[in-house]
Design a protein around this ligand. Sequence first.
Ligand code: 5GP
Ligand code: MN
Length: 349
Amino acid sequence: MKKFDYSAGIDLLKGAQTIAVCGHVNPDGDCLGSALALTLALRSCCYDVTPLLATRECPGLYDFLEGYSWFTPACDYHEDPDVFIMVDVPSLPRTGDGAHVFDRAKKTLVIDHHQGDGSFADVAYVDPTAAAAGMLVWDFIEQLGVAHTPEIATCCYTALVTDTGRFQFQNTDAPALEAAAKMACAGANPSEISRYVYQRRSLAAIQLNALVMRRMETLFDGKVVMSWVCEADFNNLGATKDDGDSLIDQIRQLDGIEVAVMLREQGPIVRGSIRSKTDRDVSAIAAKIGGGGHKAAAGFTVKGGLDEARRVITKLLGESFEAQPKARPTTDAEVTETTAFSMIDGVVQ
Ligand code: 5GP
Ligand code: MN
């Protein structure tokens, strides 16, 4: 993880009064936690800060975070802020309605960990080796001279635990664990946060999980697992949109698979989530159909129904397996470098 000198970003705030902070569409723990940590820190410096939502959507799962009730849909925010901060977002389209606020803002700042350089903003700090945007925010707040309060620590820890899949995914490295320890020392309570984020599932959500598990199919000699949900499933079970957010994490548990794909019908489109358990770059696969994300976790949208989405993604996966028949069991370059052994064709060397 990079250690940035955030002084240009901090200078950008000098003389500002109004600040808006916005994450990405389909908000997750990282973008919401990071946005609130920044909001709390900057409000303590007496800035007038509004945390914005890229759309009207805001998962109730994160309602325990301090400042959750301050979230305002960007489409309802009509000010021209002195500074607009995009956090955990690599591009303007991904900030949804926030893009209009970006256009109206006097100055713009990006703090992100997706692939990209943030060159569309006045100042950008982008580190794809950081496990979560919340880690960059943590350092930014420190350089701002604001204390890491228990509330800020809770927001940043939530960002980190969710983006690392509870410290299980390939982005879980020593800097992530060190940051988590610092956040816990500052007052984040890991078990309480886990209880809020992971132990409050509705019956409908768990039944939806069960359905998705039953529908799992493997493709490409067991290298891919795929499953799906349609709108009728949500209606039949009384499940909400949020209940479908972690389905991909259930199917990726299957032994032997390299890639997991979860397809979710949403009106005239299908949203796809794709995950890699090897160094196969699934963001590159998603990018071929206008999606993106990280090497190991990406998303995409297909116009059409589930059959069309399945056809499109299966074709792309086939091309990927043809171009890169073998994949290594990790995707994180840093982890590979610091690992004392390497694996070739599944054999520890
Ligand atoms: P998820 O599958 O959880 O929706 O997304 C996984 C990761 O990919 C997240 O970092 C998310 O921001 C990113 N992502 C999801 N969908 C898209 C998309 O359509 N375009 C881009 N650029 N990134 C996406
Ligand atoms: Mn993130």
